[in-house]
Design a binder for this molecule. Sequence first.
Ligand SMILES: Nc1ncnc2c1ncn2[C@@H]1O[C@H](COP(=O)(O)OP(=O)(O)OP(=O)(O)O)[C@@H](O)[C@H]1O
Ligand SMILES: [Mg+2]
Length: 1001
Amino acid sequence: MEGALVARDKVGIQDFVLLDETTETAFMENLKKRFDKDLIYTYIGALVVSVNPYKDLDIYNSNQMDLYMGVNFFELPPHIFALADTVYHAMMLELNNHFILISGESGAGKTEASKKILQYYAACSPETDLLTSVRDKMLMSNPVLEAFGNAKTLKNDNSSRFGKYMDIQFNSEGEALGGHILNYLLEKSRVVHQNHGERNFHIFYQLVEGGEEDLLHQLGLERDCLYYNYLTQGECAIMSSINDKNDWKTVKNALKVIEVSESDRTDLFGVVASVLHLGNVEFDPDSRGNASLDNNTELRWVSTLLGVNAQTLQEGLTYRKIRAQQDQVLSPFNIDHAIYVRDALAKAMYGRTFTWLVRQINESMENKDDTMKMVIGLLDIYGFEVFYVNSFEQFCINYCNEKLQQLFIQLTLKSEQEEYEAEGIEWEAVQFFNNKIICDLVEERHRGIISILDEECLRPGDATDLTFLERLEEKMGDHPHFVTHRLADITTRKTLDRGDFRLLHYAGEVTYCVVGKRDRHTQHTERVRPSQQHTGRERPSHSKYRERERPVQVATQFKSSLLKLTESLLAKDAWYVRCLKSNESKKPGVLDEALVRHQVKYLGLMEHLRVRRAGFAYRRRYEVFLQRYKALCPATWPHWLGLPMDGVQVLVQHLGYMPYEYKMGRTKIFIRHPKTLYATEDAFERCKHELGERKMCCYKAKGELKKRKENGERCHPRRSQARKEVERRDWAVKVIKKFINGFINRGDARSTDNSEYLAFVRQSYLNRLKLKLPQTVLDKTTWLTPPSVCQEASELLRKVYYRLMVRKYVRGISQQKKGQLQMKVVTSAIFKGKKDSYPQSITRSFLDTRIVNGHLVNLHSSQTYSVPVVKYDRKGFKPRPRQILLTTSAAYLVEEAKIKQRVLYTSLKGPLSVSAALFQGDLVFQCDHLFEFLTKLSMLANKQNAFQVVKGSITIEIQSGKQGAVDFTTGPEPLVYKDKNGHLMVVRHPPPHTPYPLKSG
Ligand SMILES: Nc1ncnc2c1ncn2[C@@H]1O[C@H](COP(=O)(O)OP(=O)(O)OP(=O)(O)O)[C@@H](O)[C@H]1O
Ligand SMILES: [Mg+2]
């Protein structure tokens, strides 16, 4: 996708997921835009959509293969090689099995795609003799199987008429060691019958057109396709688009590569020629109208080539042997029946030969190394097809396609859902057509079409094609995907014959003709079998007639082989190639929009796209996302040392992603709209020059690799990669071991065993300490407990750190603050621990003076502090408002600008207690700012140690010789009053302002 992002404005969008709209129109426009520029591949996430170009594009050469090798799937433009490479790497990474499901209708390009993938894996494979030989065999199996199993149809000049599933087997080093092919239901009816415009299997024409004179002579063949009945029914034996002569050479060579011995090759061509001869066997009516054969030349050739007694062969083709008690009675065939038996023999011979050939290929590519660990499977099966007349074969083919569609639906929806679940992201359901209903219609036990076909074939009595149809109508008359002439409404009825039934497949309607279905469903045991001598090891030997043998039901067999295939595929990881046919007339560069739109619809591509985008258009593993975009954020560039997920979080926050634009899964980031990503990508483009250097390195490395290759040096990039990986692991093991050793010996003196570990411990302690230092000088508890190796250092550091904090604090305070603090120190000396209200006073600042605009006497410039007080008379404790002024040398008691009393500081004798006289004569007054006043006074008078705080009660002298008292108590309200006992009561609670008796003495 990253590549797609770069090229998004050039030729459409390389990944449909990034389309702004998910409409069919937008989808088609993009597809067409790209197709017009010969860009036939486009992604939907990891799914490859391929459009058949019907022309050779120069995009499959070895340079292209090199380009895609080992490159991230989304880094380069979409390509089938990118998928092949990704699957390979996924297999190597996860060490599990994978398969690539290639689907699409007939002629869409499935076989071509599977060949390209195989070629890619062959090219990746290292150049050892053994591997080269396996690789050649795998590659050469294709022309052989295509010659025997492909044919020209109306849909495709090289249509696969059998299903093929091929496993490519890899060892744990990723070397392809072998392969195995499973083949499914060959369309044998083609051997004896072809529709107009179609041909028999290619091999017949190749042999007749390309076979050497000697060989043809040996096989009794004419060099003329038109001479053979089995080759001319479609009336297109010779086609300019098919070069049978050249293909013959390829096939002959391929047979040698896959180790078919010369004698087996002779036998093989003998069977092919026998089929052609059989097709020309014609029966004459005898006097009773029964089929007779008199000294037939063609039959003689068959007998010679197959090593069968001519008489036996003749009898087999014209008589049925009936056992009547102990005797055998020969019952003659009529001509139609004889032709039927002849054709059945030809089909059976060809079918068995094909199976033998597949087995032969498997033997030759068999993996002899039992270290084989993993496989990549390639599934290339005949595509969905609709002809004018559709028979049993089309029924099986289309049923097979239904099954694969079902598998696709199951796997894609399931895996998407699982991904959201696994990542903890909410899932939004998308509507889609589930074709399970059609699969059930065909295959359900006891009720499906195949079961009914079985029953009808085995039922005693007069079962016919029409009774089969009736049974179908009876069982599934109301099924929404099933219609017959009788069940249809008037308009539909006109399009159906009485012997037809129609199925509404996921890919469209197909009308099947029931005539002959039962016959083809029943595989007739051959009545004449080729001899072992002539037809290879596995060929059946002559056997007795087995009329009583229960016939094998072909569709049932097919059904169970498909079930088995589905099971085996479900156990592997799936990847998809969806092939689209561009036009019906096989013209290069033409895109028939209606045709393609139809395929897009029924293949469920829109649903797939919507499912991919249901929540989020783009998702990427954190590592990959961070790797690509880390240059965009200073915190993540050039290296992010934390978890990738955290790195991505930092990155997207730096990029300004809004919370609704993305979600963080467990391993991936999910981005909702393409435009968010485009913005990121644009930013990335702008700062790309920073990545230039890295790219240069890449080019250099590639250049070197190329040079080495050109110099004939063997390059095994995967091997060297693997070696590096092993070295990396060895290194990791050493480091871990050393760490554990260090841990064990951590208490010992420093040695080589533990030095690195201790260094790590020290560093880690310091790193942690750095983050957890105390923030204030007063915090004496927050200090990280050190490991024993750091104890001494920790203590030193702690002291240094606190000193540093103190220094910083001291340097940071102002002159004013300093003065305040000095005063507070004095206050503390006087009051700390002696007066209850002291702690509350600590934070309160002292003012310079308390009376700013009052009736102050202008004493002289030395006045420094003033404060209002309430003075209590000694007689009767009557309160009188007064002011106290402090100068540098004396304290003054003032009443409205009149000095009432002056006390020189020098006259204050120490040590002074609060209960002792402070001034000359006793003085009782209440001051709201006691701490401030006393601090200032003590500092000005330089009598810091003169005060003693008194609690409870103090005695004062009222008149000379007469004593009075001041009692201190607590109460809800602060009060000062004269009590009945004549004492002055001072109630404090809370005690913000305490009247204080000062007694001079
Ligand atoms: N990538 C391609 N490049 C060029 N031509 C292609 C490509 N894919 C397909 N074709 C052309 O289309 C023809 C049909 O393709 P192919 O045989 O792969 O179809 P298919 O899907 O296998 O059909 P069927 O189901 O009938 O077997 C090929 O013979 C080839 O001429
Ligand atoms: Mg094919």
